[in-house]
Design a protein around this ligand. Structure first.
Ligand code: ADP
Length: 177
């Protein structure tokens, strides 16, 4: 019992977040280098409720969070109503979009659907605190970073599963009083 209790106190954000060790990497969208088609492919090949937006895949610097449903609606509307938006149009989540050659199709600006301050915790944060934050702030998801770089995501369901798991292992844990 003692060992389990100790374990439950030591569970950290990195132990609960996705992706897990052998999972494919987190599905992210870059702030100004993906095309409409790239993003449509991401949305149709995954079912996540949202996607972190990063500066670039190599930097993994977090810029914000975008909801799946907002992406779908915005792209659909733009394709129907906005002149010059085609599959190869670049999607830009920043205020200033990078200059493109004059022959490029119109840029689709999606700054307005980006949540610029999604809740984040570091990978070392004890799950006890993460659970508390989810409860108190009513979060749906929380991003996990290490040294400012995006590592993973924890959703409300991930937290609920974690709570159930801990409760099974150790019903008297202080986490759930
Ligand atoms: P829920 O947890 O409510 O089912 P999602 O469908 O968004 O919500 O997430 C399903 C699982 O995938 C969760 O375990 C979550 O941690 C993970 N996940 C969520 N978003 C992403 C993402 N963009 N890339 C990789 N994994 C994700």
């Amino acid at each position: 019992l003692e060992a389990k209790e100790e374990f439950s106190h030591k569970t950290r954000a990195m132990d609960v977040m996705r992706p897990r060790k052998n999972d494919p990497p987190l599905t992210v969208i870059t702030q100004d280098s993906m095309s409409v088609e790239d993003v449509e492919t991401i949305v149709s090949s995954t079912t996540y409720s949202g996607y972190p937006v990063v500066v670039s895949r190599t930097s993994q610097r977090l810029v914000g969070f975008v909801l799946r449903r907002d992406l779908i609606i915005s792209i659909e509307n733009a394709r129907k109503k906005q002149d010059g938006i085609v599959s190869t149009s670049v999607i830009c989540f920043t205020d200033y979009c990078p200059p493109l050659p004059p022959s490029s199709p119109s840029v689709l600006k999606l700054r307005s659907i980006l949540d610029l301050s999604p809740f984040t915790v570091t990978d070392e944060t004890p799950m006890e605190i993460v659970v508390d934050i989810f409860r108190k702030l009513g979060l749906r998801q929380c991003l996990v970073t290490h040294n400012g770089k995006l590592l993973g995501i924890i959703t409300k369901k991930d937290v609920l599963k974690h709570i159930a798991q801990m409760a099974n292992q150790d019903p008297d844990s202080i986490l759930f009083n």
